[in-house]
Write a protein that binds this ligand. Sequence first.
Ligand SMILES: [Zn+2]
Length: 213
Amino acid sequence: MEEILDFWIRSNVNVSRDGSNFPSSYLQVNKGDVDQKLCITAESSLLNLCQICEAHTKMCTGNFRFIKKTMRGHVMSVRIQCTKDKSHSYLWSSSPYLSNDEYLVNHRINHGFVSSGMLPSHYTRFVNGSGIGCIDWSLRKKFISTYKESVETEYKESIKTAVHEEIASNEDLDGINILTDARHGWRKNAKDSSIVAIGENLHKVLDCVHVTK
Ligand SMILES: [Zn+2]
């Protein structure tokens, strides 16, 4: 039964339900194409590609073809050209731009990478293995320095608010109690520890310090 179904899928995969030449949305990959270029895209960019195709179809009967593909980090930048009129040429990117003209997709991946705790070597091994492009080390370094500043600003603002809230949560306003998991000294090999103090009442982070033995 399974073989019959597989045969049916293989024979029908490129034909639409009404038998017209309209391409099927179920696209199966051939063995030789498994190493094709992959990229990360955004919903709005995909919609933009549909809009470009729709607008072109209204004014021209030519077909689109990809004449140049460039990977910029995890973003694919594609030059699309019409087969009938070469002036119908568009540069489409798989990511929208941020206000600083950098790609949203690359920033989101950088954000995910930094906040996951992955090492740079894990990142490069992962992206090279999956073939989804790679953000250059210099760009990642630039991102991390800006990201660090932003995180520090948010952190300071957040603990300031948390301390005020913890003080306000004590009815007699004579001080606060903190909870901390400061057991780093118990482990002989724990040279460096990050000790987090949270408020007893609201359980919000009030401070975080790095302790070195
Ligand atoms: Zn055209």
